[in-house]
Design a protein around this ligand. Sequence first.
Ligand code: NAP
Length: 217
Amino acid sequence: MGASSGLGAALGLKHRERGDGVVALGRRGTRLAQLGDISNAYPGTWESVAADLTDPQGFTSCVERASTCDRVYLCAASNGDVEETMNLNFIVQARLAVALDRPGLRLVVISSLAAKVVFKEMPHYCASKAALEHWIAGHRQGASASIIVVRPGQFDSEFHTGPRDLRIERLPHERASEVARVADGRSEGTVTLGGLRDRVAAAVAGAIGPVNARRVL
Ligand SMILES: NC(=O)c1ccc[n+]([C@@H]2O[C@H](COP(=O)([O-])OP(=O)(O)OC[C@H]3O[C@@H](n4cnc5c(N)ncnc54)[C@H](OP(=O)(O)O)[C@@H]3O)[C@@H](O)[C@H]2O)c1
């Protein structure tokens, strides 16, 4: 979910390259189709599903289409006003975790160091990721799916620049490989990627509570 740009797009291409069947979801159908065309050289299959997760009909079609997938990456996120950000980054993700829950599913929740570290430029985003991680910690205790939370660390994407033309070489391929490796090797827990600074910040925040940072890590 959230496969038309950034980490989600790179993860989709990575799985198709591995020979997996990929269902790619996002609002921009033309962008998803473009990614599908580009990855035609890879052995796996690609299906594009253009839907808005914040729209009830879009949400339902995403859930229906993902119901046969054995792994789902929750990548969609925004950094808008407080309602939009809490809705997409927290409420919609929590509702997806409930709607998709079943034995055999590996759910990979993409969070952020912002769940632990307060960046003053993006308080709504930090709150949404903190709420999501806290909610997942409770939900996973009774869930049938295995749930892994990954804080991927900072990488270049439309999240930072806004919409831009697709350039495959600009996608965060290395970060996607790391995330996929985590999801291959683990069935639970929370993993912080992105280097020593991110891991130290997460550990300090885990010990003493949210810490402030001067700039986005
Ligand atoms: N970039 C970073 O430095 C960074 C650091 C830490 C964590 N993260 C996390 O990593 C994840 C991916 O971020 P990214 O940087 O790759 O962001 P991105 O390039 O902005 O991608 C976000 C994706 O979400 C989709 N999306 C947004 N709103 C949607 C909606 N209402 N319905 C369906 N899809 C929607 C977008 O596609 P459409 O516009 O086509 O819908 C896009 O494919 C996010 O959870 C983010 O919080 C990113």
